[in-house]
Design a protein around this ligand. Structure first.
Ligand code: ZN
Length: 134
């Protein structure tokens, strides 16, 4: 590892540690193609440390539309939805499954115990159940 790489890795590490202080969710790209809506969320899911399948399932449920994840990791929803519609659902996902209800930190983990899903906050230690996706 060169000095530059070491420095960079340090910067990234520090950045991760302070992300709760200035959390701005990475933008998702939403565009329509024919009768489908494509959503590119890889930056977001990586940042919030959530499984894209869970997010995709949530979006399909909320938009009451079929969907899938293609081989390049995009979520493809059957039906035309506006950017605003999709963004609202993503915001609602973040609110429900990412931000801590107690301290609003995004540094949380989703834990599954049996059939129940819990959110555990790495900031304040809060732990609470969230609704299960069907
Ligand atoms: Zn918290």
């Amino acid at each position: 590892m060169t000095d530059y790489e070491a420095l960079l890795s340090n910067v990234l590490k520090n950045k991760k540690e302070t992300k709760a202080d200035r959390f701005v969710p990475p933008q998702v790209e939403i565009f329509q193609s024919g009768q489908k809506t494509m959503i590119i969320v890889d930056k977001l899911t990586k940042y919030i440390n959530r499984d894209i399948k869970h997010l995709a399932k949530f979006l399909m449920h909320e938009l009451t539309a079929p969907g899938q994840i293609d081989e390049t990791g995009r979520i493809i929803i059957g039906g035309r939805f506006s950017k605003k519609q999709v963004q609202e659902k993503i915001d609602s996902y973040l609110k429900t499954y990412v931000f801590c209800k107690q301290c609003n930190s995004p540094d949380t983990q989703m834990i599954k115990i049996d059939n129940n899903t819990f959110i555990k906050c790495l900031g304040c230690g809060a732990e609470y159940p969230v609704g299960r996706l069907k």
